[in-house]
Design a protein around this ligand. Sequence first.
Ligand code: TYM
Length: 331
Amino acid sequence: MAKKTVLSASTTTGDLTLGNFIGAIHNWTQMQEEYSCYYMVADLHSLTVYQDPKELHQRCLSFYAQYLACGLDPQKNVIFLQSHVKEHAELCWALNCITPMGALNRMTQFKEKSQKTREINNGLYSYPVLMAADILLYQADLVPVGEDQKQHLELTRDLAESFNNKYGKAFKIPEPFIGKKGARVMSLQDPTKKMSKSDENPKNFISIIDSPKQITKKIKAAVTDSDPDAKIEYDLKNKEGLANLMTIYSVLSGDSFEKIEKDFEGKMYGHFKVALAELVCSSFQPVQESYAQLMADEAHLVSLMKANAERARERAQITLKDVYSKLGLVL
Ligand code: TYM
């Protein structure tokens, strides 16, 4: 039986965080054995807010290296830059023309982002349509994402169904794949909001390329609660900060919450934070070593990107051609 197809991506803002790693990339690496996977660096998506061109150029290389350093294999998977496959922008336009504005008005991420941005552009508004194009071009069966992308996935499914009904079946209807644990890693300083790589305060997030010293400092300063016993127990309602730290520990170690509670019985928050910092540092050590090696050979990175983009285009062109033909365009 043919392998099922997986597609996922991350936008090139900041550096990948522990949230991206736990909510998404951790699952991507596990899926590469079983599925036919497309992992994309969403550089076009990052243009929805101003990017310094020199920094963006560097960040695209850095993101590609971060993907590989996390264990994604460019021989087993297709790992590419969105801007290298022009079919994304083309399918996005066709989908834009069947997207009701009412659906985009309901996108919570747009509402949140537009509140923080003074200049709201059309790209930010139609961002989920480009995301739908990314997914539908490859006829993805599964899309491994964190919880924050769920609504965008629902829109993708609606657009695919709407196109299929109007013009004939061109798209597979993709399913989101959201991990049971760690689908929403929270900010270290404010556990009521999501850990975000574009957060202005670096204390709120851990980047996968933060030094061990920075990681330890940030975890030690993470907000917990004022339980006088400082008991290590998973209680999402009353101990949000600790629950977040325990989730990170659980995903990285593979230990259940019960095991963590048992192992840290009678210990204080400070003790748990030291253990967590050691676990995060040791988990990221091989990633950071591999990242440094990859970044030292830019020519090799670029040649991998180009070869992978060719493989992505081969698949993308088939879908786009079918869509254009169904729309009645002259091929
Ligand atoms: P991005 O770059 O914000 O995040 C990349 C992935 O990481 C997940 N994630 C988190 N998971 C758990 N806890 C967190 N705090 C956390 N923060 C982020 C996200 O859910 C995502 O899975 N629009 C997308 C990128 C994109 C995409 C796509 C994704 C573009 N095209 C096609 C899937 C399919 C984004 O900005 O993700």
